[in-house]
Design a protein around this ligand. Sequence first.
Ligand code: SF4
Length: 289
Amino acid sequence: MHYEGIIIRPPSEANSILLQITVGCSRNRCTFCGTYKAERFRIKPDSLIQEDIAFAAKHFQHQRRVFLCDGDALIVPQRRLLGILQEIGKQLPWVTRVGVYANAKSLRKKALNQLKELKAHGLRIAYVGLETGDDGVLQRIDKGATAEEMILLGRKVKEAGIKLSITVILGIAGRERSKIHAEETGRVLSAMDPDYVGALSLMLIPGTPLYREYASGVFPLLEPDEMLRELRTMIARTDLSGGLFHANHASNYLPIRARLPKDKASTLRLIDEALAGKVPLRPEYLRTL
Ligand code: SF4
């Protein structure tokens, strides 16, 4: 397979065939994100993508899922993206799910009927970084969309029949707006009603604008108990119609996996016990991105 730069994928795509169709991220401006800072965004040549699909057809016959890398592969123009999905369908007929990262920019460009067309050709899940539902923080971290727009974009994905997985970041608001961030994120998640929510805990990446804000004393990093309080408020404010709320990423202090609304009360109880020191937190040296 032809991989360029840093390849990342959601934890749930650990066993997927990673097919890189773009390099970098077409936005590449979020102040906390250092993943693609060294890359100029580009779509890979069709010839390379075809070679990789042919390679996967020969060597990855036991993997049922494909994940399209990089940062927001949904940005690939509709006709090319459809061609890639058709080729996957033809050469890898055992694949049951294709996933992709998407951001506000790429979701804005795809009309509902185009998303439905992608779904019909195998696209089954889109991973979207919301990070926060607080407009003040969205602006500060330069996500390039408002909370209300993110709700509409998320609903569009769901209406197309594509599963929606949303990432939010504990600690991204700093200390002053921590409560507003948690409350507003719960509100936006409830309005979007995604199938999955993944809550990560902020880890600062050297070289990013947010790291520089931290180093100069402008942005504070929350303590573990402050992140947990944020998580508690967020979950208390989130009403899903059966979605899965994960906070079991390796960056988190307390692993959580809750089906909402069913597990809400027990999850809040677990967080309260952790805050009271009755449940051990993941030690700092074991946290990673
Ligand atoms: S849209 Fe995602 S990948 Fe791109 S810069 Fe922002 S956080 Fe990073």
